[in-house]
Design a protein around this ligand. Structure first.
Ligand code: NM2
Length: 543
């Protein structure tokens, strides 16, 4: 899915912005090469960064999550809920279902299947809230906690910047769908177009690189395991490399060779394949157990929502929130501005209310479906002695456990190729948009109908694959998690600036809403019932 900005065409390609492209290329190359050459010291540095950010600064992510959900809820349900991206007369470009499918598929990939299937095992063995490992309570909480980590707070991180980015672009006529433009209300238009703006966009670019590395590195071993089983070969690092190469080939076909039509067909088939995979697990698996366990988890999540949102465990020091919740928020945040750009791009004509509510609710519901099917199916296999999930995880790998359970299900002959297909195409078609957005950030202001120059697109597609391989090679879940935790931190603050900037614009542009709320305060609710009007696109005021 490509994202265009809307200015008149001059030349079909946009040259690279040397001030962004070269510094990024040099920094990334130095980082990757030193991670390869000084692997041992790199591991030490990565571990201390992980520990420092999660232990000392973890509360930043925790508060960011709570605030972000509150702001999205307020923008959706409060006095600005009726504001429409593109003005009062704008109408949606895409039907509701394809809109939901678009933002869901662009923000979520194979990693969801991986984590949905095995996240509970980690929580069952090292549970939160001082629960006894492998106890019944640990089982209940472990079946539920993953849904929280892929739930409304995560989706609020995804849609938060869509409001300022979309409002700046569609309602205020700012050039370019960028986080820097969305910050203009606070930092001023001159800074947004100058060095500070570049720094903001480079931070977004690094965030995306880290987030994608986490996605690829956590999805690769599972897919490589499936490929090895399909071809009857041993699962070595070589198979992991081959998987990343196939993915990179998919990004290149899409982003560099421009085989977008082909990729679109592939990704439509993928959607059907994912639904078929879910259907087989639902019908072929313990259907009623899946439904019952999900119902129980849903209730437990509602009951414990506030507790989980603010859980840092300073006395118990279980590291549960640091190792999981904070990591997850960081991963969502690292993708945040990219998803904000994407959601803004496809949401013209929709109101704040529709965007906020649909993205958080439909997004969470989609993720919960995977936890209900894949996670509970694995748990059922372990608890009922059908497959030794925990033992396989310890003695072989999480990937071997996932495939082991799947291969015991009916229609396993269809499940394996389906799984391999979905694994390649789902992430391949998700990550191609990351590569594209990175190349647009590293281009001079893209105009309508323009594409970033070919070597720019090729570079980012290759960079994503290479970074994933380096991160995976240097080892362990900790490295993979650190990639997102480090790059996400500055983005938390930048996302905050974008929101403040939106609030300033709304105050300026929507005086009737300000008056309405003041009147409501003095003379009761009727006064606020004045209809909210979408505003027309208008030029930015001078900074
Ligand atoms: N998030 C949603 O492949 C994926 O599902 C990547 C992961 C950030 C936790 C998205």
């Amino acid at each position: 899915m490509t994202i265009h900005t809307g200015q008149p065409v001059t030349s079909p390609v946009a040259e690279v912005d040397k001030g962004i492209f070269w510094p990024s290329l040099i920094t990334i190359s130095i980082l990757l090469i030193s991670m390869i050459l000084f692997e041992d010291s790199a591991k030490v540095v990565i571990k201390s960064m992980f520990d420092f950010i999660t232990n000392q600064l973890g509360f930043v992510y925790i508060w960011a999550g709570a605030l972000c959900l509150s702001v999205v809820a307020w923008l959706s349900l409060g006095k600005y809920g009726d504001i429409r991206l593109g003005g009062a007369d704008a109408r949606p470009e895409f039907g509701r279902m394809s809109w939901i499918a678009m933002f869901f598929c662009s923000g979520i990939g194979t990693a969801l299947i991986y984590w949905a299937a095995i996240e509970w095992t980690y929580y069952y063995e090292s549970p939160p809230f001082g629960l006894e490992a492998k106890s019944q309570a640990a089982a209940d909480y472990s079946a539920m906690y993953g849904m929280f980590h892929w739930g409304p707070i995560g989706w609020a991180f995804y849609c938060l910047t869509a409001f300022p980015i979309g409002y700046a672009y569609y309602n205020r006529g700012t050039k370019g769908l960028r986080l820097s433009s969305a910050c203009a209300g606070i930092i001023g238009e001159k800074n947004a177009n100058g060095v500070i703006g570049k720094v903001i966009d480079i931070t977004v670019l690094f965030g995306l690189l880290g987030a994608t590395a986490t996605t690829l590195a956590s999805g690769t071993p599972m897919l490589a395991e499936a490929v090895s089983r399909m071809f009857g070969v041993a699962h070595t690092f070589g198979v992991d490399v081959a998987v990343v190469c196939v993915w990179t080939a998919i990004f290149i076909s899409s982003v560099v060779l421009g085989l977008k039509k082909g990729i679109k067909v592939l990704s439509d088939i993928n959607l059907v394949a994912v639904l078929l995979l879910c259907f087989i697990v639902f019908v072929g698996g313990p259907t009623f157990y899946l439904l019952n366990q999900f119902t129980d988890s849903f209730g437990l999540m509602l009951a414990e929502f506030a507790r989980m949102t603010f859980y840092t465990d300073p006395v118990g020091k279980s590291m549960f929130p640091q190792w999981w919740t904070i990591f997850y928020w960081a991963w969502w945040v690292a993708y945040g501005p990219y998803m904000g750009i994407f959601i803004a791009r496809v949401s013209k004509g929709r109101t704040f209310r529709e965007i906020g509510l649909t993205v958080t609710l439909a997004g969470s519901a989609g993720c919960m479906l995977f936890f209900m099917l894949f996670g509970n199916n694995m748990m059922h296999a372990e608890m009922n002695g059908l497959f030794p999930v925990l033992e396989t995880m310890k003695n072989e790998s999480p990937a071997a456990a996932i495939l082991g359970v799947l291969m015991q299900m009916p229609m396993e002959w269809l499940l394996l190729p389906l799984f391999v297909f979905v694994g390649f195409v789902y992430t391949g078609t998700t990550v191609d948009s990351s590569a594209y957005v990175m190349s647009t950030i590293a281009s001079k202001q893209l105009q309508d109908g323009q594409e970033p120059v070919v070597y720019n697109r090729l570079f980012w597609a290759l960079m994503l694959g290479t970074t994933a391989l380096v991160v995976m090679n240097i080892g362990g879940l900790e490295t993979v998690k650190t990639a997102s935790i480090v790059v996400g931190l500055p983005l938390v603050f930048l996302m905050g600036i974008a929101v403040m900037s939106l609030l300033r614009w709304l105050k300026e542009d929507q005086p009737h809403l300000q008056r309405a709320s003041q009147r409501q305060a003095s003379s009761g609710p009727e006064a606020a019932a004045e209809p909210a009007v979408g505003i027309e696109a208008r030029p930015l005021p001078q900074a």
